[in-house]
Design a binder for this molecule. Structure first.
Ligand SMILES: [Zn+2]
Length: 251
């Protein structure tokens, strides 16, 4: 199984899983790049996987279904156009011979799910390289718990998020932890990747522990910096996380 990024809109990635003849897409916000790729490569679409209901993740589903009648897996707790197979934590989705476990990871939206299998994670807008999604429908506690759930997956997991936000996330990470060398090195490396027109996604989960401030709310330097924002003591990691998330909204 190969995984191909199909850039869409300004900074989205539609992920296309393929073998020699078949393909599966994750979060097709736009049908056009998917249809172009399928035609160019002579592939048959087999299934669509959806992580959450935002338009830039589901906008292409109807048009893809007009070309191929395929199962659409998506979060049971959200309204997904064309959804045939609502899924939630504990479900397994098998595509192209690979079984993906469904994870409930609410916070960005109320019913957001992720798909994990074969050391590969599709996590939509929950975890980004050196960052995380905005809290639109959930609470900071929900998104924090979802990120902790993802962080507990094996370090070798390759993370396929759906936006190229890495450079701006690392700029924020550097503001949170000016002395963190892992952040500085990752910023330099990611800048080279972007200058060469390459995606910074996927990325290895283990690297997040060193350079993603949203997974570092137990680090003394991150706690201190968050407390200096709020002007009061932050007792719990989730309070540090909530402070960081709010700070990032206006960064
Ligand atoms: Zn979203």
């Amino acid at each position: 199984m190969q995984i191909i990024p199909l850039p869409a809109f300004r900074d989205n990635y539609i992920w296309l899983l393929r073998d020699a003849s078949r393909a599966v897409v994750v979060d097709p916000g736009d049908a056009a790049p998917v249809l172009r790729y399928l035609a160019a490569e002579g592939l048959t679409l087999e299934a669509i996987l959806i992580t959450h209901h935002h338009a830039d993740h589901v906008g292409g589903v109807a048009e893809l279904l007009a070309h191929a009648s395929v199962p659409v897996y998506g979060p049971a707790r959200e309204d997904i156009p064309g959804m045939t197979d609502p899924v939630s934590e504990g479900c397994t989705v098998s595509v192209l011979g690979t079984a993906f476990r469904v994870l409930d990871i609410p916070g960005h939206t109320a019913g957001h799910v992720g798909y994990y299998g074969a050391d590969t994670l599709f996590c939509g807008d929950t975890l980004f390289a050196a960052g995380c999604g905005r809290i639109f429908e959930g609470t900071p506690a929900q998104l924090f718990a979802s990120l902790e759930k993802l962080a507990a997956l094996p370090g070798d997991t390759q993370v396929y998020c759906t936006h190229e936000y890495t450079l701006s996330n690392l700029a924020f990470a550097a503001a949170v932890e000016p002395d963190n060398t892992a952040v500085r090195e990752r910023l330099a490396h990611s800048q080279v990747q972007r200058d060469e027109g390459r995606p910074t996604v996927p990325f290895r989960l283990a690297g997040e522990m060193d350079s993603n401030p949203f997974l570092r709310s137990r680090e003394p330097a991150v706690i201190r910096q968050s407390e200096s924002r709020t002007g009061r003591a932050l007792e719990r990691p989730v309070d540090v996380f909530a402070t960081l998330r709010e700070w990032k909204n206006s960064f």
